[in-house]
Design a protein around this ligand. Sequence first.
Ligand code: NAD
Length: 454
Amino acid sequence: MSREQLVVERTRKAFLTGSTKPLKFRIQQLQCLLRFITERRKDIADAVHKDLYKVTEHGTELFETLGLEGDIQLAIEKVWEWAAPRPVEKTLLTISDEVYIRPEPLGVVLIIGAWNYPWAVTLKPLVGAIAAGNAAVIKPSEISSHSAKLMEDLLPLYLDKDLYPVVTGGVTETQELLKQRFDHIFYTGNCTVGKLVMQAAAQHLTPVSLELGGKSPCFIDKNCDLNVACRRITWGKFVNCGQTCIAPDYILCEASIQSRVVEEIRKCIKEFYTEDPKTFKDYGRIVNQRHFRRVVALMEGSTVALGGDRDESQCYIAPTVLKDVTGTSTVMTEEIFGPVLPIITVSGLDEAIGFINEREKPLVVYVFSHDKKLIRRVITETSSGALLANDCLVHATVSALPFGGVGNSGMGCYQGRHGFDRLSHLRSCLIKKLNMEAVNSMRYPPHTAKKMGW
Ligand code: NAD
């Protein structure tokens, strides 16, 4: 029996004791998770620094732990409300019955995390899993190995170690886990592995949530405030060295504003990361050489308008803007997931919408404009996991909004109550009384015309 099989068996056994059912227990575990994040903030920041060269503890707090803490606090506060039976509208037939939806735990959930925000993307689904009363096997990404090790060492000191074990390892270990039977698999990562996860899940008819990536377009209206728009885009694109699933992947704008967009982004890069981002403490690195080479290769054949410097020994790529890119350029063949921002010029909104709709549905569609009608057209004429107008990334911080993709960018959403519902079984409950049998006579055979009232 493999280590992974043993872990899953132990987790299921622990789940079957029923200890996760009382809300008090769930809240207590969520409080422990919160205590872990607050007490180990420094250790978490150190691990993230080693994994992704994020130097400042504040940067890690802002992008990893702050949202996580908010999610945990919300779940602690609201789990009573989320888990309560949900009465539904009655009809004449159910007027004297009890009719409600009862959220119930699914069982044992497998959470497979990615490396780019190793704490947020791995522990946020765990918040929903715990709140919904599940047990969970947690598999952090091997690429962010320092964070994975810390999670493995420290989480069992805070959470019930039989119900929420951490399994570390690489592809082999993940594949061994995927052979086991789970009640839900929550995967965050790329589309190729997403398909493998879904195939493995199909063997046990296990439902999946796939939080994937894609190329999120960003349309800039020529009449908008380019200074503010480019400030927000520069921030959203280059934070974490472009390794953010919801980062704007490329810009669509009219040719008449392309050089102004480049100029505004140039100013913002200088303001945020100085003239020399390589030596600046808030500018990150590509996670490893494989990804470094992949991002560099994507730039091939395009015209560099800004940046372009690189240093393989440090996995450094300067904040880079490419201009006059076309839909068939190499950089448009896959999600960039690095600090490279192509600009594609279009004749106007119609062409931009056509360009977006010819491609896979993205995780986010971004639009910058003062014109509400224009924004509304982008909303109604495109499809994506989320739509954000006049800003970048921040929709992910609104816990009332579901976070997730559609089509190629993923399936299933989470965050706040959406995470609770995603990892719950919404059980239909109808409780009738054994009296008033006469009203049922019509449904019992023989079905005579007299009984039917004809
Ligand atoms: P990764 O390489 O760390 O893979 C994620 C997990 O998949 C790891 O735990 C790994 O062990 C496992 N894995 C890798 N290859 C496997 C295989 N052949 N079989 C089984 N398991 C395997 O992460 P990644 O995929 O490079 O992450 C980056 C991608 O994730 C980007 O596309 C990004 O957009 C996406 N992402 C999406 C979200 C979201 O919320 N939608 C968040 C973060 C990242």
